[in-house]
Design a protein. Sequence first.
Length: 343
Amino acid sequence: MTSKRSSAPVMADVAALAGVSYQTVSRVINEMPNVQPATRDRVLAAIKDLGYRPNTAARALVTRRSSTIGIISTESGLYGPTSIQRSVEEAAREGGYFAGSVGLKTVSTDALTDAIDHLLRQGVEGIVMIAAQHEAIDLIKRQDPGVPLVVVEGDLSRAKFAVGVDQHRGAYEATTHLLELGHTCIAHVSGPQDWTEAVARRQGWHDAITDAGHTPGPILVGDWTAEVGFRHGATLAADPAVTAIFAANDQMAIGILRALHEAGRRVPGDVSVVGFDDSPEAGYLIPPLTTVRQNFVEVGRRAIAVLTAAIHHQDEDLERLIAPELVRRDSTAPRSSVPGSAP
């Protein structure tokens, strides 16, 4: 058992506990070669046991690396972008990086330039940009930060380094699920069309229906909020032909569920509803919401893996697109033979 210390441990303490020289500890901390694996393990174990924290400023002087990255995001407060930012920050810490974040209040050339300049003044080795809107991608393409920049969740085809969930596939699978239940008039409440994810989800819905030989049902454009979901849900509830609704996110699906309830249309007896994101409350709604789960943790890990490889000028053979998962719950059921009647 490690004894209590009156002061913070220093490198000499690590060397003494591991039974190695001060120089060996330094080589391990600075990730230098020519250290036997068993010796490295002993040093790392001693560091953990003592709770030793290396002097990052001194380390930067030796390695000429800051071990710092920057994260740029738009200030939306929405579940998806917020979850992605948190996962990137956690993956950065696991990867040994300090992460500095900048939130853009507006998506503009000046705002993005200021954000990049701020991060570069902090000595970042690379930048992760959580780019939801088309405009953000266009602005990034005009920037040359001088360090690797990984785009997360934007239009992955337009960025050199990019990682994201396959939005089209998620929407396609959600819509196919409804088609397999016998629904043919499937409405869609989309997200804002200046958001890359919204466009991809809309296209996935459209492609699944047309591939099955049906005509896409009504489409209403939303803004990701439950309020607008409720308003559009009331409109769709008045259309007896609509037996299924695919909402582009869970928040709008929540509003839709409320509107259908108030209109006297049962879910899933009269209308099936599918959301997107698998937000924490999705499984606790009445009824529990069928939705598309995005693996935000894996998004963060791959973003940092791609950024690390770019920083070290290495090839990282990682799939850019991460497969989503359809989570089937009680808000979907086979289509009734007569709209408005139980199955």
